[in-house]
Every structure is written in structure tokens, then in C-alpha cells.
Design a binder for this molecule. Structure first.
Ligand code: PGA
Length: 254
């Protein structure tokens, strides 16, 4: 059985390299645990080299976004997929709701997904409704996001190189609460159906779906049990080793 997947989205934290190093020292103490998972850490770019050298035995490096170069021109300030690749980046979070809030559209996401695949980097495509209505209209939002975000795949088979992070926006960040496990199961079934409709059952079924949004030690065990997800995308709780460890343990069924 393939390993469960755990992605730490550090966003713009911690606020100093020293703090980042100290998180890594703590994580390394449980490296044997983390090795049992497919663990990825997505730190702020300036911390990449430190994270890479300190976590390479138990984790892969992930980017929080990817830039799409138009040809071989020069792009001051941008980090191209090739550079990410050369740094050892294996996975890129694409279309996170905090980027969509800055104006990134599903169409932009679709181009980034393609750029990641061309560079040999796994795209982790974030989708999720910003609010829920009792009539279930948010499912349409979700369908549209998935369809458009994946529309640029040149080959249907490429869908098997993509991972989806289902992150309802209302469940993300401070003061929010994670989704109810029963509702998560429903959303996962829906996402699988949309993927199967677009790519055919044989490809749609292969996509790994993660959940993100206020995952912590207390809710991780129930969110993983029978909900159909393959792992978690974790923000806040990934910045403290003592909060992160029980999430890893939940994925391992401990
Ligand atoms: P959170 O963030 O775990 O802090 O809710 C998740 C995310 O934004 O990916």
C-alpha cells in the first residue's frame, strides 16, 4: 500500500531562519516516524536550502506556488520551475485559496499545473468552496474549479501525475473549524466523480485527494477514517513539532 501523504504548508512562517531551523531540529527527532509517510515541507523560498539540508532524510521539498515563464525571456524576481527543480523541489502547491484571493484564477492555475508537470514537479492543486449553502450550490463552484484548473493537461493520462487538495476556504486559518468527517466524505465522492467524468474512471480514480483546513491533533484521526482522503495539507499545526507529530501518527493509524 502506498504511503499516506502529509504536506506542511509553512506559508510565510516562521518569521526568522533561526526559528525555521529550530522547527527542523524538533522534526528530525521523529524522523523515523516521518519516513513512514510521504512527507513534504513547503517553506518560504529563502529557507529552502536550510530545510533541504536538514530534512532530506525524512522529507521532500515543496514549493508554495510555481511561476509560468512565457518562453525563455528574463523575469526579474521570479523563480522558474527549472530553478525549483534544481533545488530538489518535488511538489508544488498550486491555486491555494490565499493566492486565489490575490486574484489567481482557475485558468492561471491550469497553466501552472502544466508548467509543473513539464518540469517533473507534482502539482498539488487546491480547490474548495468559500462558503456552503443549504441547497448544495457550492458543489457547482467546486466542479467548475476542478474542470478549469485541470483543463490544460495535454494528455488525459497526466491526471495521474496530479494531486488534489480539497480545502474549503471557510475551514482554513485561525478561528476556523475543520470540516465534519461525514461532509468530507461527501466532498471526496463528488471530486472523484467530477474527475471520472472528465478523465474517465480509469484515470480519475487514481488521483490522490488530500484534505486541508484546520487539521490538528484532535480532528486528524476522524478526518482520515473512511473519508477517502490520502493525507493532509497542514498550515498552522505544521509549525510546531509537537502539534505536527500526532497528525503524522493519525495518518499511520496510531
Ligand atoms: P490551516 O491552513 O491548517 O492553518 O487551516 C491550511 C492551509 O491553508 O493550507
Amino acid at each position: 500500500m502506498a504511503k499516506s501523504i502529509l504536506v506542511a504548508n509553512w506559508k510565510n512562517h516562521p518569521s526568522s531562519l533561526e526559528e525555521a531551523k529550530s522547527i527542523l531540529v524538533q522534526l528530525a527527532k521523529k524522523s523515523l516516524l516521518y519516513k513512514k509517510l510521504s512527507l513534504f515541507i513547503a517553506p518560504p523560498l529563502p529557507y529552502f536550502e536550510s530545510v533541504r539540508t536538514r530534512s532530506k532524510t525524512f522529507s521532500g521539498l515543496a514549493a508554495q506556488d510555481i511561476f509560468v515563464p512565457q518562453g525563455s525571456g528574463s523575469y526579474t524576481s521570479q523563480v522558474t520551475p527549472d530553478i525549483l527543480k534544481s533545488l530538489g523541489v518535488k511538489l508544488a502547491i498550486i491555486g491555494h485559496s490565499e493566492r486565489r484571493a490575490l486574484g489567481e484564477s482557475s485558468l492561471d492555475v491550469s497553466k501552472k499545473v502544466r508548467a509543473a508537470i513539464s518540469a517533473g514537479i507534482t502539482p498539488l492543486v487546491c480547490v474548495g468552496e468559500s462558503s456552503r449553502d443549504k441547497d448544495g450550490l457550492y458543489y457547482e463552484t467546486l466542479r467548475e474549479q476542478i474542470k478549469t484548473s485541470l483543463q490544460d493537461l495535454s494528455d488525459k493520462k497526466d491526471i495521474s501525475k496530479v494531486m488534489i487538495a480539497y480545502e474549503p476556504v471557510w475551514a482554513i486559518g485561525k478561528g476556523a473549524e475543520a470540516i465534519d468527517p461525514a461532509d468530507l466524505s461527501q466532498s471526496v465522492i463528488f471530486i472523484k466523480k467530477v474527475l471520472a467524468d472528465i478523465f474517465g474512471r480509469e484515470f480519475g480514480d487514481k488521483v490522490n485527494i488530500l484534505y486541508g483546513g484546520s487539521v490538528d491533533a484532535s480532528n486528524a484521526p476522524s478526518l482520515i477514517e473512511k473519508t477517502g482522503i490520502r493525507g493532509f495539507l497542514v498550515g498552522r499545526a505544521s509549525l510546531k513539532a509537537k502539534d505536527f507529530r500526532p497528525i503524522a501518527e493519525a495518518l499511520l493509524g496510531k
